[in-house]
Ligand binder design. Sequence first.
Ligand code: ADP
Length: 396
Amino acid sequence: MKILVINAGSSSLKYQLMDPQSGDVFAKGLCERIGIDGRLTHKAPAKDVKVVREIPMPTHAEAITAVLDILMDPVNGVVSSVDEIDAVGHRVVHGGSKFAGSCLIDEACLEAVRACIPLGPLHNPANLLGIEACQKIMPKTPQVAVFDTAYHMTMPPKAYRYAIPDEYYENDGLRRYGFHGTSHRYIAKRVEALMGRKDLKVVNCHLGNGSSLAAIYNGECQDTSMGLSPLCGVPMGTRVGDVDATVLQFIAKNYNKSIDEVMTILNKKSGVLGLSGGVSSDFRDLEAGAAEGNEKCQLALDKFAYEVKKFIGAYAAALGGLDVLVFTAGVGENGVLMRQMICEGLEFLGVKLDVEKNKLRGDERIISAADSKVTVWVIPTNEELMIAQDTAELAK
Ligand code: ADP
């Protein structure tokens, strides 16, 4: 079976053609600068192919056409016709409270995704453009929507409700939804397979450019650090994380900014980028800066580690204990120093890192000491595989 996985952003579109059983990736790539000019980067690992092409992409439809053309290209491609693609799985960021799982796309599903636009105004419109472009170009191929929020729908109300007047929840659905759900779900499944049981108290740290933690029991999400939007929780590359709402009011009033301008500052100029005085949102740059004595870079790293550590403690309390701690995504999988900084001081919880085992990047391995009460894992995430598997299942 061959499933095409699409992750459409406002001006970019990532794709992978993969086997949902084996996880083999036949081809993957990226369309960039959609609506500006257009560039396609395409790789077919088994054929040792890597091509970069400038292709006009005024809309997502031309981007999808370019993807299908290169997938069917006699030299660089991996299929001979569109019919070889069994189904398409789309990442959709916000599913509101309507989707606790993935959904075969029909008009009712699309209507529900559109209804979530007020909750996910930065992402859902772009996800819809990707879906609509595929429907136009591959009308006979089944399409499936896989939501970032769906995995978190098992949270109890005490975790997902905000302490704001009830009417904003009842009328507008203002609550914690959580994101990176497909990644947290993949990790929950992997932990069950690796540990050979499900009844475990797990904290998963998805630490990348965007970061979120999830408290998991019995494979199900109990709480997560992102909220109504991906802006809250721990500080991120450029997002502020949790902040006193009075900060918004202060910046707006004192700098004569609109609420949208303040939101842009909190989304794009804050986090470790803001803390480092604008040096970088990339943790490798921050580590290099700190090593050269830049105190702001050091503070950005310290603050990030401190906030992640606090969430681990909070979630251990919420779960009533901790059996497994997992690190995943860019920083979680590769940040040797960051993992060490986060785990330092968590010995009281039963977390004992093996400093030698921790010196790994990108492998799936236990990094805790043999006598650590909590098993600490690095597990590379694979959201695309989850999307492909859901898609294969629903398209059957
Ligand atoms: P996204 O949220 O965009 O999917 P990723 O999960 O790909 O992000 O993570 C990207 C981040 O991973 C980069 O910003 C970088 O800071 C971090 N990263 C990658 N490699 C390393 C490394 N060797 N050490 C520390 N951080 C790393």
